[in-house]
Ligand binder design. Sequence first.
Ligand SMILES: *Cc1c(COP(=O)(O)O)cnc(C)c1O
Length: 417
Amino acid sequence: MSTGPSQAEIPAGVTLPIYMDNHATTPLDPRVLEAMMPYLTTKFGNAASRNHSFGWEAEQAVDAAREQVAKLIGATAKEIIFTSGATESDNLALKGIAEMYRERGNHIITQVTEHKAVLDTCKRLEKSGCRVTYLPVKADGTIDLEDLRRAIDDKTILVSIMAANNEIGVLQPVREIGKICHERGVLFHTDAVQAVGKVPLNVIDDCVDVASISAHKIYGPKGVGALYVRRRNPRVQIAAQIDGGGHERGMRSGTLNVPGIVGLGKACELAQENLLQEASRTQCLRDRLKTKLEAELDYVHVNGSMEHRLPGNLNMSFVYVEGESLLMGINDVAVSSGSACTSATLEPSYVLKALGLGDDVAHSSIRFGLGRFNTEAEVDYVAAKVIQVVRHLRELSPLYEMVKDGVDLTKVQWAAH
Ligand SMILES: *Cc1c(COP(=O)(O)O)cnc(C)c1O
């Protein structure tokens, strides 16, 4: 009888704990910190100060960052509005458009696996007279384009569909969605937080009108983000949600976070320089992890499409194991489980439930988020550790034993309690 998992060997070059939760946030790239440093120290000017060099210096830095952000997504600098992060960007996009286009209509279309920054904003808008359609997703996590076409009516002003999901990494068909929206004269916003810098995104080719970006998901600092707002074909108008001075073309007042903005700019530049190489490197790591887990464990499956997926995402269910117990067993590895993501309760993730997963399978899921700083040695350690802990937990699981003995659990008559 085993008394517990033995220690997985720690390979050379691996330091614990290992960070593999890059969808929650990413470490700051040292090159980003280096670019920010002067603006946290000697170059402390207010970018709105027009009367002296401190202000001009800050303004120049902000302008350069605006170019860097714009370039990554195929936009122009004037189309970039800096915000405090993507939660604010999502709020500004949805509320700002709902308010500005009220005369034209009050109908918004989104989908069920959006980030809470979009879903909660939609709920608030429903209270103030908007009608919101929440499209379902297919078992692979993507929306059905026919559902979208059918949902658009003459009161529809906006479609908001994320480019990549933060839990299952599934990529929505952004370009097809954009085309449908443009054909029907409806604005298209995409929460592009997880996609930007990881997979190619071009606002012209992809027919995107408004897009949310966050620095801390692309190796930049926390507390800064951007909203892309298209200026022509069509020119998008957004009602400000924060008043006070008219910064950012009147769409977002407040003294600019100059060091943060410089960091976001640098993060975008770095992401663009290496986008394809980095995507293929992260994908190799992800596939290595997946192959190892699938080779050694039975009753595991990937949640969401493997074909339309972020290179660094692996969301896997280890059936007959509680995700929370697995997390505790691998406590020197930082990952997320499919429960309790957004609340203190142990509710299974609404994203996994939207794919049609049962509560038990959703509860047994783990999200691995691989990124720029993960190594092959780390992947090997994590794979070995997960295999060991899952095997151990299953040894303790009566359900797993029954399944192994050939019992069909769906036919078992459980005693009532
Ligand atoms: C992290 C995230 C957000 C929120 O971004 P913040 O900058 O942390 O406010 C919004 N949408 C998605 C898809 C995210 O992953």
